[in-house]
Structure formats: structure tokens, C-alpha cells
Design a binder for this molecule. Structure first.
Ligand code: NAD
Length: 294
């Protein structure tokens, strides 16, 4: 018999993810505070529920895809723990701070549930296309139960270790991405001022020791490297506001464990400046224009 999943948070990401569960034969009981999000989920074949508690009562597993830690903690403590079936598996796919993820998972285990944190890499297109990468924190047993559910929504499901380690992997990766993007942008801006043609510098650096994903898969200079948001007026892609959110989470995590992250901190300040210029909605490789003084 097919499993029933309660899906809470059917926004930009959750809507596509729930639709992929339905396509792969799962039954979905949906809840979102937004009537519009709920209507879309129902159109895709989900059962509409009037509350998170109603969604989880008849579910074998609960998936949450919510904005931030306070929403996740509120939904689990306020409704899920009290209403879910005793053997329901709990999966939080939101990007949240490591401390909250660990606190919620500890509370779940204390109530007898198995839970994983399973944040994603990949944006709205990957959520719609079922090609997300999931980084999973939790016990081996919980990971084993979560894998078939996550596989229905993604192309890769990787066990990162114990509770909270999925969130740790996600923010470490995105802090590295933020820092390398800033470094790539400032370097191309300087190369140009020194009289180097951007394509010529790309041809040299992309096969030299300065090479990185930010350069060769996502070059911030329009017309250089493979197709990327820079070729489309910095529209689509990964928004400045979401990069800033992840860099703030990285700073919080660094403070929690006493890690020195000067490059991550610098990237956070620069993305804050870019967001303050009213650019939170454009792609994060737009950083090059600010560093060029445009
Ligand atoms: P979103 O704002 O589009 O969706 C969040 C949904 O949660 C909304 O529909 C909102 O109504 C609902 N919600 C909020 N509080 C609720 C509650 N208490 N009960 C029920 N529903 C509630 O956000 P999104 O872009 O889908 O992102 C979701 C998560 O995924 C975030 O943590 C984000 O950082 C992460 N993420 C997003 C992207 C992206 O490209 N958008 C990529 C990777 C990870």
C-alpha cells in the first residue's frame, strides 16, 4: 500500500516537491497558511487539510518546507508532535539554523519519533523537476526510512551524519559558494581594470589554480563561460536574498562552535549591501556590478 505523506509548506519549493511525491505514487495530505498554495496542491492531487494537525493525523510521514527555524519549531511543537501517528517519520527539508534543527530533533526523539533534517541544494526548477540534492542529518535507521521519500523528489540523497548535520553541510557549502562568488567577481573586475579582456582571463584562469565552480559553471561576466543568469540580466538563478539568508545562518553556526570565518563574514556584509541596494530578488552573481562600482 502506498505511503501517505503530510506536506506542510507548499510555497515555491514545497509545491513542486509535493507534486513529485504524487507523481511517484505517494498520497499527499497538504497544509499551508496560504490559500493559493493550498489550491495549487489540491489541483496537483493532494488532499486539502484545514490545519497541520489535521494533515499529520493520518500520515505515515511528515515533510515540512517552511521559511525559517521559528516556523519549523512552531509547527512541530505546536501541532505535529501532538497529532502525528506514533510511528510517523518526520522530515524537515527547510533551510534553518543548526541549533534549532538539533533542538527540534531532540524533542522529536524524546517523544518517540524518528526525525531527519534534509535541506536541499537546487532551486525552484530543481524542486519542480524532481532533481534536488538532499543533505540528510539523522540516525542510520531514520535515513534509511527517509531515503525512498526523498528520492521521489530528488536526484541525490546523501547522509551527512547525525541530527543537524544536513543543515551544517548545507550552510558550509553555501558559505563557500558565497565567498568564491565574491572572490570571482572582484577578480574579474580587477582584471578588466588592468586591461585584461574578460574572455582571455577566463581562458587562462579556468585552466589554472584560480578556477572554481563560480567561474566555470556560473561566470558572473555576461557572455563568458556557459549560459548562466549573468547572460539574462541576472534574473532567475539563486536570489541575493536567499544567499544572504544562508550566510547569516553560517555566521550563527560559526558563533555556536567558535569557528573563525572571516571570508564568510565578508561575503555576508557584501551581500547585505547588495540587498540594501534593492537587489534582493536578482541573481547572486550580480555582485560583480556592485564591485565594478556600477
Ligand atoms: P516560500 O515562502 O515560497 O514557501 C514557504 C511556505 O510556507 C509558504 O507558502 C507559507 O505560506 C508557508 N508557511 C509559513 N508558515 C507556515 C505555517 N506555520 N504553517 C503552514 N505553512 C506555513 O519559500 P520557499 O522558497 O519555498 O522556501 C522554503 C524553504 O526552502 C526555505 O527554508 C528556503 O530557505 C529553502 N530553499 C529555497 C530555495 C529557493 O530557491 N527558493 C532553494 C533551496 C532552499
Amino acid at each position: 500500500m502506498s505511503q501517505t505523506i503530510a506536506f506542510i509548506g507548499l510555497g515555491n519549493m514545497g509545491g513542486g516537491m509535493a507534486a513529485n511525491l504524487l507523481k511517484n505514487g505517494f498520497a499527499v495530505r497538504a497544509f499551508d497558511l496560504s490559500e493559493e498554495a493550498l489550491a495549487k496542491a489540491a489541483e496537483a492531487g493532494a488532499v486539502r487539510c484545514a490545519s497541520a494537525a489535521e494533515a499529520v493525523t493520518a500520515a505515515d510521514a511528515v515533510v515540512t518546507m517552511l521559511p525559517a527555524g521559528k516556523h519549523v519549531e512552531g509547527v512541530y511543537q505546536g501541532e505535529v508532535f501532538g497529532a502525528a501517528k506514533a510511528d510517523a517519520l518526520l522530515l524537515d527539508c527547510s533551510t534553518i539554523d543548526v541549533a534549532t534543527a538539533r533542538r527540534v530533533e531532540e524533542a522529536a526523539v524524546a517523544k518517540g519519533f524518528e526525525m531527519v533534517d534534509a535541506p536541499v541544494s537546487g532551486g525552484i526548477a530543481a524542486a519542480n523537476g524532481g532533481t534536488l540534492t538532499f543533505m540528510v542529518g539523522g540516525t542510520e535507521q531514520a535515513f534509511g526510512r527517509a531515503r525512498p521519500i526523498l528520492s521521489a523528489m530528488g536526484k541525490a540523497v546523501i547522509h551527512a551524519g547525525g541530527a543537524g548535520n544536513g543543515q551544517a553541510a548545507k550552510i558550509c557549502n553555501n558559505m563557500l559558494l558565497g565567498a568564491t562568488m565574491v572572490a570571482t567577481c572582484e577578480t574579474f573586475a580587477m582584471a578588466k581594470k588592468l586591461g585584461l579582456d574578460p574572455q582571455t582571463f577566463y581562458d587562462i584562469s579556468s585552466v589554472s589554480s584560480g578556477q572554481s565552480w563560480s567561474m566555470t559553471s556560473y561566470c558572473p561576466v555576461p557572455g563568458v563561460g556557459p549560459q548562466s543568469p549573468s547572460d539574462n540580466g541576472y534574473q532567475g538563478g539563486f536570489a541575493v536574498g536567499l544567499m544572504l539568508k544562508d550566510l547569516k545562518l553560517a555566521s550563527e553556526a560559526a558563533a555556536l562552535v567558535g569557528a573563525s570565518v572571516p571570508m564568510g563574514n565578508a561575503a555576508e556584509s557584501l551581500y547585505q549591501l547588495l540587498a540594501n541596494r534593492g537587489e534582493a530578488g536578482r541573481d547572486f552573481s550580480l555582485m560583480i556590478e556592485m564591485l565594478e562600482g556600477k
